[in-house]
Write a protein that binds this ligand. Sequence first.
Ligand SMILES: Cc1ncc(COP(=O)(O)O)c(C=O)c1O
Length: 427
Amino acid sequence: MTYNFKPSIQTASFGPSVWLEFSPLSIKYKSINLGQGFPNFEPPEFVKKAMIETIEKGGFNQYTRSPGHLRLVNALSKVYSPYFNREINPLTEIMTSVGASEALFATIMSVVNPGDEVILIEPFFDIYMGAIAMAGGIPKYVSLKEKERDNNSSATRSSKDWVINTDELENAFSDKTKLLILNNPHNPVGKVYSKQELQEIANVVKKHPNCTVISDEVYEWMIFDDNEHFRFATLPDMFERTVTIGSAGKTFSITGWKVGWCIGPDNIIKAIANTHQYIPFSVPTPTQEAVAIAFEDKNIKDYFKELSQMYQAKRDLLVNSLRDAGLDPVVPEGTYFIMGDTSSINLQGSQGKDTSITGMGLNLRDWNVSRWLTTEIGVTTIPPSAFYSDENAKLAENFVRFTFCKDDDSLKKAGEQLLNIKSKLNN
Ligand SMILES: Cc1ncc(COP(=O)(O)O)c(C=O)c1O
């Protein structure tokens, strides 16, 4: 009998993701990659030293406690308890994970039954969709929409003006709603939800006794200007139903170490930890030990402030370059992403299509503009329609997402190259 391979029903619809188009395209055309959100600079010395110390000391080379290496859950409890206005029990209210990605997967698998509905706020980080599909959940979409703008206005465009309509949110709920996924600060818009906006969401959630909330806060330490990061779990009655997710990759510029965590009430964390036993069982011990040492650093609070300051300066650098290049930026309040408006770029014929590696997104304007920017201008971006449902992909067509988690030389060079847009289009 011949062997006949068929992928599982849960995964058969998965194709290559947006990263498999733009990372190889960037390598092929030797462009400056402002696409994927990973720093191209070294992590801080105290973080590198923590890992060196861990390896040299020895004793951290075997499996560790499945729900989280003791030193790390203790360090996380110490760091986070003041921000949650409560004492977080390190043994029952925290679980560590293989990056925030696995925390998301384990949580979604632990909460969602086949046929349950999950509310996603568009645009949304694309990884949520995979886990929802594997759990058999049904996504329901509510879009963040930019408030009407006066076209003649020279006012700064801000992520503050991207808002959810509360009626739309209410209407997205049904008696099948099991989960709402919030991402704050928000990738890719850069929005930092105000306390009032979060309270309005909480007011809707409260009407639904079966609805758990994931608050994905991996960009929590990248907050600019006078904005403040509020944690959804700290709103009245919300801790008991909220899983807050964080990432050492984002916090310490070590995305390759893949250490994340979730914080929540003991009954939900217990369910997630039970699931996690059957995914990685445990997270690599040396990386957890080193991340714990980093969090124990006596200057950790100053480090968090410095991280925001460093990224704010990089944001300003890129915002100015995008303005100079005619790509009106939506100035982010947080994260390390900026949406740039590409309405001024009019591609003709096969421009932006014929260089595709995967054949994806040939009919989507933002994909073609992103490819054209990579191949003709030498700057790679990400098409934000990858963060929308198919039916709403058009909402993103005039934008591309830039990241500024890159060294200043790369950002400056990218800025210079973006100035070539006008002359390239006129050729
Ligand atoms: C919103 C969001 N959540 C989660 C993650 C994944 O984090 P990690 O690298 O820790 O798995 C990312 C990474 O880009 C992200 O943007």
